[in-house]
Design a protein around this ligand. Structure first.
Ligand SMILES: [Zn+2]
Length: 355
């Protein structure tokens, strides 16, 4: 019994002793922590980091990373390299620090694709291609794979205008906040959309368009008439339901694939915007419009009134439509001038202003 008591006493003393050691150690650690941090501050500052950079380092990096960094000389991208797990691998692949920084933000699966295989430095070249958008990278690479001989610039333009998707498969509603309305096989109008202020022009076939387009049309009509050239029109504003009946009627005679090359599906027609007009000559048939004086004059002058040829020759892949010498679209004088001078389509112009 006595022996047990003694053992208990000894055990208690040991326990208290142990507790004191643990407590002391804790106190020691709490006290020493600020000291070690201030040493790191000094080391980082000796390596060339500014106070604000040191703060960033302490806020974002773990202890091991901080210690490692404090032993290296200052470099501008050192902090980022620690924050981006693949920064150094990308640098080794030949990407500039800025590129590596941008690429590090990509979803991990795309990044792994880059790290594993960058065929012929395609990604580096893509990064330097005009209009490159990093979030489209996977789609660019897919297009390169499908069309290995295509120019990168063409690939970028194609993807940026969604043309890597089949027409009518990835459609968005028309963006009314843009400086002009883009309606094509990828941007559609609602069934209920009717443009505001539709009025009829004074002459040259008196097309019905929105007021601003009609005022421009009246001036253009005056000018061409002065030249002694006759101008008329076949069709201007068309409602959703009218477009539907026109398109459906073609389907009675032609395949859908063929019909899509010359007629818009309902909701995808520029005619629903009240900004497009199919012109004709007063003395020649619609089909031969390209051979008329009216066409020759319009080719030279339409842009001065804010109208463009919307589906030009040689741009079928971009617009998705056969050449239509008769279809004019009002975009305003400034845009019409730019588009005509550069020889681009409205779809390409839209791409330019996305930057
Ligand atoms: Zn048309």
């Amino acid at each position: 019994m006595k022996r047990n008591k003694q053992q208990f006493k000894l055990f208690s003393v040991l326990l208290i002793f142990l507790l004191l050691i643990v407590l002391g150690l804790n106190l020691f650690l709490v006290q020493t922590e600020p000291i070690s941090i201030s040493i790191i501050d000094d080391q980082l500052s000796q390596q060339g980091y500014s106070a604000s950079e040191i703060q960033v380092i302490k806020d974002n990096l773990n202890v091991d990373q901080i210690l490692e960094l404090s032993t290296e000389r200052y470099t501008k991208y050192a902090i980022e390299s620690y924050l981006s797990p693949h920064f150094n691998e990308l640098r080794d692949l030949g990407y500039s620090a800025q590129e590596a920084k941008d690429l590090s933000k990509l979803p991990i699966e795309i990044l792994m694709m880059i790290l594993k295989e960058d065929p012929n430095d395609q990604i580096i070249k893509l990064l330097h291609t005009d209009y490159f958008i990093i979030s489209h990278l996977a789609r660019y690479l897919q297009e390169i794979h499908r069309f290995p001989n295509e120019q990168l610039r063409t690939i970028v333009e194609k993807v940026n205008t969604d043309r890597d998707y089949d027409a009518y498969t990835h459609t968005l509603e028309v963006d009314f906040n843009q400086e002009f309305l883009l309606v094509n096989k990828y941007h559609s109008l609602l069934r209920s959309y009717v443009p505001p202020h539709l009025i009829q022009a004074k002459g040259c076939g008196k097309p019905t368009l929105i007021e601003e387009a009609v005022l421009a049309y009246n001036l253009m009509c005056e000018a061409i008439t002065k030249e002694g050239i006759g101008l008329s029109q076949r069709s201007a504003y068309r409602s959703y339901s009218l477009q539907k009946s026109i398109y459906d009627n073609y389907l009675k005679y032609y395949s859908q694939a063929y019909t899509d090359t010359f007629a818009a599906r309902a909701g995808f027609s520029e005619h629903q915007t009240g900004l497009a007009v199919d012109l004709s000559s007063t003395n020649k048939s619609f089909a031969t419009f390209e051979e008329t004086d009216a066409y020759t004059w319009l080719k030279e002058n339409a842009y001065k009134y804010g109208f463009i040829i919307r589906y030009p020759q040689g741009k079928e892949d971009i617009t998705g439509y056969k050449f239509e010498p008769w279809h004019y679209r009002y975009v305003g004088i400034n845009i019409a001038k730019t588009i005509t001078e550069l020889g681009i389509t409205l779809d390409e112009y839209w791409l330019w202003i996305q930057e």
